[in-house]
Design a protein around this ligand. Structure first.
Ligand code: G4P
Ligand code: NA
Ligand code: NA
Length: 190
């Protein structure tokens, strides 16, 4: 998606060997006009699927998911909650997620009330790094018997393992921008 790529090149900056900050439009301030176009881009890719639910993960995924859901008919958003407790609660589907970026483990949870075999899910997230969050969301959908119709990512870091892991598991990913790497603090896009 050209406009997104332009924005990443203009506003994005690299804070260490593998973290890209895009706070001016995606992770802190939200560029609503751009989000609307991002949602259009996902709609273009997935409108041939019977999607009735967008699944994402708190926090940054939520705003994005809401804008995407508005493009589809009768489509709700369910966001995965993050907890630290390993106590299994019977009312929730739970999955373990390891964040490499934050170097900690957490539990992802979705209430059994909001995900069921009738659901056709589009998983969306702002970033794809090692795919831990996405793999966790796939696991939650599978526990619920819901169908994962697609996985839509705004910024993929192509030099990390996320895409590989997701494809190995038999799912397809669509990313609107792919970062190939960083060179002298500059972002190199695919
Ligand atoms: P992974 O799920 O793909 O394995 O990512 P990881 O756990 O390593 O990343 C932890 C969080 O940081 C995730 O946010 C992920 O989307 C985000 N992230 C990963 N790499 C980058 C990056 O280069 N730049 C930015 N800006 N974010 C990155 P999250 O779980 O959604 O948490 P939240 O920050 O939305 O609360
Ligand atoms: Na994030
Ligand atoms: Na996210």
């Amino acid at each position: 998606m050209e406009e997104l790529k332009k924005k990443i090149l203009e506003d994005g900056y690299v804070i260490n060997e593998n973290v890209l900050r895009v706070d001016s439009f995606l992770n802190h301030q939200i560029d609503v006009e751009l989000f609307n176009k991002i949602a259009d881009a996902f709609y273009e890719r997935y409108n041939n699927k019977p999607i009735n639910k967008i699944v994402t993960i708190e926090a940054s995924g939520i705003g994005l998911a809401v804008v995407v859901a508005q493009k589809f008919n009768n489509c709700h958003v369910v966001f995965t909650k993050k907890g630290s407790s390993s106590i299994t609660d019977n009312d929730f589907y739970t999955t373990e997620i390891h964040s490499y970026t934050k170097n900690k483990d957490y539990i992802g949870q979705i209430s059994k009330k909001y995900l069921s075999p009738e659901d056709h899910v589009l998983i969306v997230d702002d970033f794809l790094a090692n795919g831990e969050a996405v793999m966790g969301m796939i696991d939650l959908c599978n526990q619920a018997g819901a169908t994962v119709e697609g996985i839509g990512i705004v910024v993929e870091k192509g030099f990390q393992q996320g895409r590989h892991r997701i494809e190995e598991a038999g799912y397809k990913v669509q990313s609107l921008a792919i970062v190939k790497g960083f060179e002298d603090g500059k972002v190199i896009l695919d």
